[in-house]
Design a binder for this molecule. Sequence first.
Ligand SMILES: Cc1cc2nc3c(=O)[nH]c(=O)nc-3n(C[C@H](O)[C@H](O)[C@H](O)COP(=O)(O)OP(=O)(O)OC[C@H]3O[C@@H](n4cnc5c(N)ncnc54)[C@H](O)[C@@H]3O)c2cc1C
Length: 477
Amino acid sequence: MALTVRTVDGGQTTISLSALEQLRKAVTGHVLNAASPGYDEARTVWNGMIDRRPALVIRCHRADDVVQGVRFAREHRAMLAVRGGGHDIAGNAVCDAGLQIDLSPMNTVRIDHDTRTAHVGPGATLADFDLEAQRYGLATPLGINSTTGVAGLTLGGGFGWLSRSLGLTIDNLLEAEIVTAEGERVRASAGENPDLFWATRGGGGNFGVVTDFHFRLHPVGPTVLAGLIVHPLDAAGKVLRYYREFMATTPEEFVCWFVMRQAPPLPFLAQQWHGKEILVLAVCYSGPSIAEGERIAKPLRSFGSPIADLVGPNPYTAWQTTLDPLLTPGARNYWKSHDFREVSNGLIDTLVKYAGRIPDPQTEIAVAQLGGAVSRVPHAATAYTHRDGQFVMNVHGRWSDRAKDASCIAWARELFAAATPFATGGVYVNFLTQEEGDRVRAAYGSNYDRLVALKDRYDPTNLFQVNQNIRPAVASV
Ligand SMILES: Cc1cc2nc3c(=O)[nH]c(=O)nc-3n(C[C@H](O)[C@H](O)[C@H](O)COP(=O)(O)OP(=O)(O)OC[C@H]3O[C@@H](n4cnc5c(N)ncnc54)[C@H](O)[C@@H]3O)c2cc1C
């Protein structure tokens, strides 16, 4: 039977049976429709609020499958979504009634120990990459939830426990292979297609489908000093004021992010704290000597009266999965994010106030620490621009009961508004929700115009638009 699909301009087109058959023959992976096994797996993404049904899914096994998929979408002007790890909060890995290129089978990681580099497939998760690289005691900065896709994380910038000392994920990207909107496979690096390489480092999926990432690796671990220090929320004002002074004295290998939430019923917390609001300091020291990390961490660990202190030597790969149990897929999620240059008194007081009325036990306010190596890269060197943001807040609204949608979203928006006076105005593109298309310009700041010019050059018909979209100025759609 012929298939009706949505087009890039919001209309519809009919794809003939013979065209579908040709596509099936041309790809080594599987072409799925709603009745095929694996269809629901491909269309289900991390954020349980997203429920979209593509007309067709191409599960790609190799780069040529991606070429076929892009050419097919282009020929039929079909709406096209690209799935890496499916963690995008806005759900841009999937679209209704269009075509989905699913890269998840392309999850190979190849480490070259001698050159300390890695080739990573676009379907690999952070866990796939970390586990393989750590077999050689190597790593590159990635995020803090091991089921996240390397692809989407890298294309937006990418940061985690190693970023203060080793930079963003994109600062360690040496080269990428990209299938362009023309359906051509090209390589992008400092020496080859440098403009495309620049745009790929932060510009999201706007410029093509990456089929291979080539990263620089660094010796890390295999043991790091890491863990959580937990305080009651009542102490958060004092602890965070101390934290601010303390962190200014630490080397870049030492990072501390913080989270405010209700205490989960976990065995390391006395039962009396379960369900109560807490401040969690998440510490990671990735320098060469655990003893040195212990020495640096000591004043922070002995400040105030923590109700739990779990800081200790941990395998790096274990630390990379520590927060996974709190970030499982399928929950309803709504995020709001700001960048900050400092953790000011006004910001601390605002966060504590809103943490006191957190609307659900799964919801949290998380603040990541960047600076250091991230800030040393000039802001125009990559599409990711906000390198002056030392802290990134993610108001991480998360709950299960659909009936709580309105109250949880309202709380997140109110906190976001209350924190705005302390923010830089910049935002991390990978934390934008589906309704925040109007913040894409803010996400790229002074780099935005160059990105539009490159979009005009590489994707003038906006084939790659199911993302935080940089609209081409010449767009006919
Ligand atoms: C629980 C959780 C924790 C997170 N923690 C961090 C963190 O610590 N640090 C951080 O930096 N970010 C973090 N993020 C944000 C994360 O970087 C983004 O959600 C990112 O988009 C995830 O990538 P993905 O491949 O899993 O997503 P997808 O949803 O598969 O893709 C995201 C976007 O990238 C596009 N895309 C995917 N693959 C390709 C490709 N190969 N070529 C072209 N376009 C592609 C998609 O079309 C989509 O627009 C976190 C997200 C979650 C849900």
